[in-house]
Design a protein around this ligand. Structure first.
Ligand code: ATP
Length: 623
């Protein structure tokens, strides 16, 4: 098949050729169009044999063929027009040149002339229609007609009807409460008749909410697998096409398919991409999206209550969804999936290492402890990357080293080989030793995992801490110690080297953001008190903070700035004090970091002694 660009180019080339040939290469016997002045010059040269006058048109015959202005090949005949104001000298000049003159009536511009003028336009229009037809046919799957259009309208729905989903609840690790809620529906899907007989209305719309990679799709598949029913899935973004109305039509077809195959599960991923609040004009609101959303609402309303179809939708952003989607009768049951805690992470690792040969030194519990904040998808990726690394090294099993290396790469980026000068390296060691010493001796700081001055990703060195237990709220004393640890690097540079460096750039940014949150959001300053004075809000549609009109007085803003500054200065003082109190251990630590580049917890304790007994952070809870 000729590619579309080639056929277009051929057509355009042909058109161009016809135009050029007509202009520059008249065949012998064709008529050349010449200016009136050229005609007068030909008369003067006595090269004109005879002319025919038709109104203002002059058709001349040359004595012998010759090339004229604007022609490439010699011509015998030419054509010109006498100026509208007439030329009294023409007849004497013709007589003088001995030209035979014939006069004929002027030609009527007939239908042919009009047609000839219209031909290029017809060609252009024809080309336009041909082009659009091709494009439409390509979009409709090359079939054209109703079959192709139908295929196009149904495109995107990945129907796994007929096939039983292989996934079961055993493949979903952790997420116990979400699994429990979903499990209630298994019985309904297996045995809808029993529920129908008793007139029970089972919820049709279930919204799975949670951060990316927490297993929302996996849970929906597991429900289909457990119940042994067909699974229809589509990503909401696939509803939207260039043609208005296609999204709504796809929604209709998808619901139709699911109803035809009931009992079944219909899964709509990324619901927020079309289900955002309507009419805000933000987030690219346009008619097609709203029309599609309206169709989903209509389909959800269209259930008579007895269909054995369960519509599951997933979103990371329930806060931006249109309230109409969430009202009773639509997506009224909400199931929240959280980032996994330590125990759940261990279970997820167990699921994903089922088929991976692990070395004896791999302790999944320890890996789970060292991966706070990782989602199920992150953990799956970690195991996969470690297996890839082991395969690259031709190892027979995946060892703890592979997993730890990959964990660091995922968290901080790959190792960079930079030519670091000795004095800069010393400053780096001092900086990291500062963070480490403060973290080691402050009572509420997280325990240390390791310290390194090997550059990775965007950092030149790092001090890693590992929380003893998962926290859902952060108490003030923990946050104050956290500020001191962050500013400990800068404090150490000032103590040892007498100056600070730009290396503390990110530390200062982090510390300021944390201190500002403590003051303006969490009411942790006496001067400002429990007042919400945040200046910006994370914007749901932009996914980032944008400045809002100020809602606080000049006086309050000043007080906030003062309180933030006071918190940071106090934290820096505490960091300086902690380092000065343990100066000898701190000195040993700098030397050891410079010598070894990376120190684990035991080596750190070897330099600094036993850590201050850690205060167990009481779980703070807000009523
Ligand atoms: P998104 O919001 O980005 O669409 P999601 O919440 O739908 O993400 P899934 O696509 O279900 O996440 O998960 C991605 C992968 O992570 C899955 O293929 C699965 O292997 C793994 N995973 C996530 N959570 C779990 C879990 N609880 N147990 C086992 N594997 C999990």
């Amino acid at each position: 098949m000729i590619p579309r660009w080639a056929s277009t180019a051929i057509l355009l080339g042909l058109l161009l050729l016809v135009i050029l040939l007509g202009r520059f290469a008249p065949e012998p016997g064709t008529v050349a169009e010449v200016p009136y002045t050229s005609f007068k010059a030909l008369l003067a040269e006595r090269t004109v044999d005879r002319i025919v006058l038709r109104g203002d048109d002059v058709e001349g015959h040359l004595v012998q063929p010759r090339a004229l202005k604007g022609t490439l090949a010699p011509v015998e005949r030419f054509r010109t027009r006498v100026p509208a104001f007439g030329d009294p000298e023409l007849l004497p000049a013709l007589e003088k040149a001995g030209v035979e003159v014939a006069v004929e009536p002027a030609k009527e511009t007939g239908g042919w002339g009009v047609l000839a003028a219209l031909v290029p336009w017809f060609l252009l229009l024809g080309f336009y229609f041909w082009f659009w037809q091709r494009m439409y046919r390509n979009l409709t799957g090359g079939v054209g007609g109703v079959g192709g259009l139908d295929k196009f309208l149904r495109r995107g729905a990945k129907s796994e009807a007929g096939k039983r989903s292989e996934v079961t609840f055993a493949d979903v690790a952790g997420q116990e409460s979400a699994k429990r809620e979903v499990a209630e529906l298994v019985d309904f899907l297996r045995n809808p008749e029993r529920y129908r007989r008793l007139g029970a209305d089972v919820p049709h719309g279930i919204l799975l909410m949670g951060p990316p990679g927490t297993g929302k799709t996996l849970l929906a598949r597991a429900l289909a697998g457990e119940a042994g029913v067909p699974f229809f899935s589509i990503s909401a973004s696939e509803f939207i096409e260039v043609f208005v109305g296609v999204g709504a039509s796809r929604v209709r077809n998808l619901f139709e398919d699911a109803k035809k195959n009931q009992p079944s599960i219909l899964f709509i991923d990324e619901l927020d991409s079309i289900g955002r609040v309507r009419g805000t004009g933000l987030g690219g609101g346009h008619d097609e999206r709203e029309q599609t959303l309206n169709q989903i609402l209509a389909e959800l309303d269209g259930f008579s209550g007895h269909e054995a179809v369960i519509v599951l939708a997933a979103t990371n952003r329930p806060d931006v969804l249109d309230p109409a989607l969430l009202r009773p009768g639509r997506f009224d049951r909400h199931i929240v999936l959280e980032l996994p805690d330590r125990k759940a992470r261990e279970e997820i690792l167990r699921v994903h290492t089922r088929k991976v040969p692990l070395a004896k030194d791999v302790d999944l519990a320890q890996i789970a402890a060292g991966t706070p904040g990782f989602s199920g998808a992150d953990l799956k990726n970690l195991v996969n990357e470690a297996a890839m690394m082991a395969a690259r090294e031709n190892a027979v099993e995946v060892s703890g080293r592979h997993i730890i290396e990959m964990r660091e790469r995922v968290m901080m980026g790959a190792v960079r080989s930079l030519a670091i000068q000795p004095d800069e390296r010393h400053r780096l060691a001092v900086h990291e030793a500062g963070h480490t010493t403060v973290a080691h001796f402050l009572a509420h700081a997280d325990p240390l995992l390791k310290v390194t001055i090997i550059p990775r990703g965007r950092t030149l060195g790092s001090t890693q801490q590992l929380p003893v237990e998962e926290r859902y709220t952060l108490p003030e004393e923990y946050l104050r110690d956290r500020l001191a640890v962050i500013l400990g690097g800068r404090a150490a540079e000032r103590i040892v080297l007498g100056s600070v460096s730009s290396g503390a750039d990110d530390d200062i940014r982090q510390a300021t953001a944390l201190a500002r949150a403590m003051v303006s959001r969490w009411g942790m300053s006496e001067e400002v008190g429990p007042v919400d004075v945040r200046e910006s809000e994370e914007h749901p549609f932009l996914g980032r903070e944008i400045a809002q009109p100020r809602r606080t007085s000049e006086f309050t803003s000043h007080a906030v700035d003062q309180a933030v500054r006071a918190l940071l200065l106090e934290a820096e003082d505490r960091a300086t004090q902690a380092i000065r109190e343990h100066e000898s251990g701190f000195g040993r630590l700098i030397a050891e970091i410079e010598a070894e580049e990376t120190l684990e917890r035991m080596a750190i304790e070897g330099c600094l002694g036993a850590p201050r007994e850690r205060q167990r952070v009481r779980r703070a809870s807000v009523a």
